[in-house]
Structure formats: structure tokens, C-alpha cells
Design a protein around this ligand. Structure first.
Ligand code: PEP
Ligand code: MG
Length: 590
């Protein structure tokens, strides 16, 4: 026993995945959900009608729970997370899903819990096998619904009462679990499962709560009430930390809090380089509700609204009216700044239910983005109509994804003309001038940028795809990810070519890929002549701080030096050295 206590109290250091930055030190609150195995459930019943009735009752109860979770969330956090609960409710409203469950109950005489477990597990597996992490992690939302329905059917309840400041440790946290805890008591989250884009992680980042995913089964091993430390910067988990370790992390925590307070001051400062050059910082969003963050972080508008979520969240095609409302509200809220709506970028790794590219050998080289839209004019024109109508309510720009030829732009313009004629005929108002831009994310577009400039009003460089297509490295394939590096001189030369084409033609150039937020890349991009960056709104303060440290002249010299270099490694290291020599306190910026 003595030995056991000693082992229990020994400091244990483990590493996990950091999903929300910050340091948390405190007592563990173990939030145990109950794993219900399908094999433990009664499979067959005599009265399927009764089961169908029970199922419908459970759905009603879960809808109520989601409504109260939404209300709890609104009370603590405002509207920030409301859409998450709405989208979970929409799932419970999905006719196809309900029919599948009804069939399972009625045709196979399955019990309601068995049918729920079977059908929702199949759905979870469908999502979990997707390449795209965003969709893979939506599987957690479905798992959560399955649990909620099963708890309701089996009469199980949970306790969200934290008695004091705690680090919540769980197998997996759902959005509704996350918001039921009292925000004032949550120090951090440690979960076995999840990832950077799971909703709990997104919420944690939004609320600036440190979070780590451990990737194994720590929630089963950690003793309740034990003390732990989470390092949400690098993913370190320390169980039973010594007094010395606690002191060290407390110091780091204070340093970080101080840094954050200082960083928040950047939000109010002008976005100018040390030598006074104006740099525009815009935001990337996937959901309209993120406009709140865009405004909080004082972005100069939305440089990229990825509209796929509007289509995929609904599970069926959204109507023109639904789209119009979303675009209109977002445009109104951000006006007079621009709302750059990217037309749907489906295909590749994001599919609509009935438009999957399962039979394609290379979906990233296949029926994706503008190619899909030009072949599906009904879907495309419906979106264009909604965008045009919404243009009356703000400063909307249209952005076309994955362009690789002039023809794609001219064909789109023809569709736009058709839509304009239809709206005019019906007497529906829209703005006469709506800037039309293209993503530069294929080598072809970058090579043709000088020519394409005659056809469009602006460029937006998508480095996530540009890197993939220039280097011929699937951006979702872990096996080859070590060579996926935007510092590769080949990729940089395509970026430079685009910026130059923009400069010569007088067309604005934005960069909206993740590269815009890589600290060491920011000075290089400034040196290349980039003046508009678009990014996750929470990273604006960081990038602004970096921009304010550097002057254009030294960034241009950096770029001149980089031009002479031959490898990604050499360039990246050179940029890191340059960054280090200008930024004395690197700890939280790099
Ligand atoms: C990009 O490719 O860099 C980009 C911003 O678009 P997405 O990540 O949506 O493909
Ligand atoms: Mg892209």
C-alpha cells in the first residue's frame, strides 16, 4: 500500500497534443461518461412500435437538453457557440437518419437503444474515416448524440458541478458537456480523444482555456483530485508535480498571462511595420458566428469565408434563402469592411452526401471546387444568386477557388451574368459592382497570374493548396507530410510571381493560407511585397505584433538572401535566425 502511494505521488511527465495554448495547474475533476457497448444492449424486441415511440421520446428529450445546453452557453458565453447546438439538433431532424433508425427498429425488430447504437456508430465510422480532419472530428458530435440518446433511453444522468477551480479530465468532451461546467471554475481540459479541430478544442481556444489531448486512456488512470499541470503550448502533462515543478510552471503561467495582456493591447494598435508601412490584417472564417471574433480582434474584414460549412452542416443542399440569410447577416455585421465569400470548394476531401468522388483515384486533382461548380450550374447559380442578393447589405467580394485557367473565370462570369439577368427580371436588387477575385493555389494560376489579372479584381494566395500542388504532396497524407513545406524555394517562387503580377497590374493580393501565421514567414512575406494577410481571427494580435517589430527594408534584404538559397531547410532556418535576432522574447511568439 505504502509503495502504491509512493508511485501514485511520484511526478510523472507525459506528452500529448497541445490543442489550446496556456498553462493550467490544479486539481483534477474526473468527468466520466459511460461507455455503452452495443453487445450489452438487448438486440431484439417484440413490440417495435413501442420502441419507435421510445426513440421519439428520447429525441425530444435530447433536443431539450441541447436547447438547455445552448441556453447555458448563451448565459456564460453569449452567442458564440450557439450554432454548434443548432447543428446537432439539425442532425436529429435529418429525415434520412430517422428513416434508417425506423427501418432498423421495424424491419429487424431491434430495440431502440440497439438501433441508435448501430446506426449512429455507422455514421460515426463514415465520418471518422474521412481524410479531412474537420469532418473526421465532426464524428465526435455524432458520437455525442449517440451517447445522449442512449443515456436518455437508459435513464442515465451526469453531474457537471465543479466544487472549485479544476482541470476537467475526460475520455472525450462534447460541446454540450463543455458549456455545462461553470466557466469560472475551469482551469483546463485534458481529454483522451479529440484533436485541434474538435469542437471542445475550438471552444477552449475561443475561451482561452488551456487544453491537451493525451491520445491514450489517461482519464482512466488519473486519480480524482490529484494535482496535474497541462502545458497547452507543447502538450506536456505532469501528474503529481513536485513543488519545484509547480513553481516553475507558475512562473511560466504568469509570464504567459502577462504576455497575453500585452498582446491584447496590440489589437487596438495600428497594423504598421516599424518603418510605418500599412499592412492589412483580415480574418478567415468557416461559420458566420465567427464574425464576433473578427470584430473583437479588429480585423479589417473577412478575407476568406469558406462556405463549404454552410453546405455540409446542413447535410442537404441549403436553399438560396438560407444562404442569403447567412451571407446577408455576416455582410451586415462586418460592413463597411469586406466580406469575401469563397464559392464552394467541395471535392478533394470535402464532399456532399450525393456528390462524393469515391470512384476518383486522385480527388485533389479531380472534381473539386470551381470544376464541380461549373459542372453543377444549379448549385453554383443558387449560391451566386444568394451572394448577389446579399450584396445589398454590405461590402461583399466573391472569391473563386482552385482556378487553373482563364476559361474557368470567363465561364463563371457568364453564370454571374445569367444570374444578374434573372434577378433583374424579377425586380430583385443587387449591387452593380461586386469585386471578383480568384484563389491562386494551383501552379497554373500562379504562372498565369499576369494574364488572369486582366480578368479579375484581386488575388488570394492559398498556400495550403499551392504547396500541395507545387510539390505534388497530398496535404492530407501523413506519410509524405515531412516534405510538405511552404519554405520550399519552388513554392516561394510561385508566391513571389503572384505578388509581382498583382503589383504590376495594380490588383490587390492577399495571402490566406496557414503560412500567413507562421511567425518566421511573416517578415519574409513582407520582404516579398505582401501587404494583406488573412488568418484565423485569434492569431491577428500575434501577427500584428510581429509586423510592428520589423521594417520593410530588412525584410527585403532577408528575401534577397533567401532567393539565393536552394533548400526549404536552409531557407526556414535562415528565416528562424533572422526572426530570433529581431525578436528578443521568442517564448510565446515563435
Ligand atoms: C489554401 O488552400 O491555402 C486555402 C486557404 O484554402 P483551403 O485551406 O480552404 O483549401
Ligand atoms: Mg485551398
Amino acid at each position: 500500500m505504502k509503495n502504491k502511494t509512493q508511485v501514485q505521488n511520484k511526478e510523472i511527465i507525459l506528452s500529448g497534443q497541445a490543442v489550446s495554448p496556456g498553462i493550467a495547474i490544479g486539481k483534477v475533476y474526473l468527468f466520466r461518461t459511460l461507455k455503452i457497448n452495443i453487445h450489452e444492449l438487448q438486440a431484439e424486441v417484440e413490440d417495435p412500435k413501442l420502441e419507435w415511440g421510445l426513440f421519439n421520446k428520447a429525441v425530444k428529450k435530447v433536443v431539450k437538453q441541447l436547447d438547455s445546453a445552448k441556453a447555458a452557453s448563451q448565459k456564460q458565453y453569449g452567442d458564440e457557440f450557439s450554432e454548434i447546438f443548432e447543428s446537432q439538433k439539425a442532425f436529429l431532424d435529418d429525415i434520412t437518419l430517422l428513416e434508417e433508425i425506423q427501418q432498423e427498429i421495424e424491419l429487424s425488430a431491434s430495440s431502440a437503444p440497439f438501433a441508435v447504437s448501430k446506426i449512429l456508430s455507422e455514421k460515426t465510422n463514415h465520418f471518422i474515416n474521412m481524410e479531412n480532419t474537420y469532418f473526421r472530428e465532426r464524428a465526435y458530435d455524432i458520437m455525442d448524440l449517440k451517447q445522449k440518446l442512449l443515456y436518455s433511453l437508459l435513464g442515465i444522468d451526469f453531474n457537471y458541478n465543479l466544487s472549485g477551480p479544476s482541470i476537467v479530465v475526460a475520455d472525450l468532451l462534447s460541446p454540450s458537456d463543455t458549456v455545462q461546467f461553470n466557466r469560472n471554475f475551469i482551469l483546463g481540459f485534458l481529454t483522451d480523444q479529440g484533436g485541434k479541430t474538435s469542437h471542445a478544442a475550438i471552444m477552449a481556444r475561443g475561451l482561452q482555456i488551456p487544453a491537451v489531448v493525451n491520445g491514450y486512456t489517461l482519464s482512466k488512470l488519473i486519480a480524482p483530485e490529484s494535482t496535474i499541470i497541462l502545458d497547452g503550448f507543447v502538450g506536456t502533462i505532469i501528474i503529481n508535480p513536485s513543488a519545484e515543478t509547480i513553481d516553475r510552471y507558475r512562473a511560466l503561467q504568469e509570464e504567459h498571462e502577462h504576455f497575453n495582456r500585452e498582446l491584447q493591447k496590440e489589437v487596438a494598435l495600428p497594423s504598421v511595420t516599424k518603418d510605418g508601412r500599412q499592412i492589412s490584417l483580415m480574418a478567415n472564417i468557416e461559420f458566420a458566428h465567427e464574425i464576433n471574433d473578427v470584430k473583437k480582434n479588429k480585423a479589417e474584414g473577412v478575407g476568406l469565408f469558406r462556405t463549404e460549412s454552410v453546405f455540409i452542416e446542413k447535410k442537404e443542399l441549403p436553399t438560396e434563402e438560407e444562404q442569403f440569410e447567412i451571407y446577408k447577416q455576416a455582410a451586415e455585421q462586418i460592413a463597411p469592411y469586406p466580406l469575401t465569400i469563397r464559392t464552394i470548394d467541395l471535392g478533394g476531401d470535402k464532399f456532399l452526401e450525393n456528390y462524393s468522388a469515391e470512384d476518383e483515384q486522385n480527388p485533389f486533382l479531380g472534381w473539386r471546387a470551381i470544376r464541380f461548380c461549373l459542372d453543377e450550374p444549379d448549385i453554383f447559380k443558387e449560391q451566386l444568386r444568394a451572394i448577389l442578393r446579399a450584396s445589398m447589405f454590405g461590402n461583399i467580394h466573391i472569391l473563386l477557388p482552385m482556378i487553373s485557367s482563364v476559361d474557368e473565370v470567363t465561364q463563371t462570369k457568364e453564370y454571374l451574368e445569367e444570374v444578374r439577368r434573372e434577378l433583374t427580371k424579377k425586380g430583385i436588387a443587387f449591387k452593380g459592382v461586386i469585386p471578383l477575385g480568384i484563389m491562386i493555389e494551383t501552379p497554373a494560376a500562379a504562372m498565369l497570374a499576369g494574364i488572369l489579372a486582366d480578368y479579375v479584381d484581386f488575388f488570394s494566395i492559398g498556400t495550403n493548396d499551392l504547396t500541395q500542388y507545387v510539390l505534388a504532396i497530398d496535404r492530407t497524407n501523413d506519410r509524405v507530410s515531412k516534405s510538405y513545406n511552404t519554405f520550399n524555394p519552388a513554392v516561394l517562387s510561385f508566391i513571389a510571381k503572384t505578388i509581382e503580377a498583382g503589383r504590376l497590374s495594380g490588383k490587390p493580393v492577399t495571402l490566406c493560407g496557414e503560412y500567413a501565421t507562421v511567425s518566421e514567414a511573416v517578415p519574409l512575406l513582407l520582404g516579398m511585397g505582401l501587404r494583406v494577410f488573412s488568418m484565423n481571427p485569434h492569431l491577428i494580435a500575434k501577427v500584428k505584433k510581429i509586423i510592428r517589430i520589423f521594417d520593410i527594408k530588412s525584410c527585403e534584404t532577408l528575401y534577397e538572401e533567401v532567393k539565393e538559397m536552394h533548400t526549404a531547410r536552409e531557407i526556414e532556418q535562415h528565416c528562424q535566425r533572422f526572426f530570433k535576432s529581431n525578436v528578443p522574447d521568442l517564448k510565446f511568439l515563435s
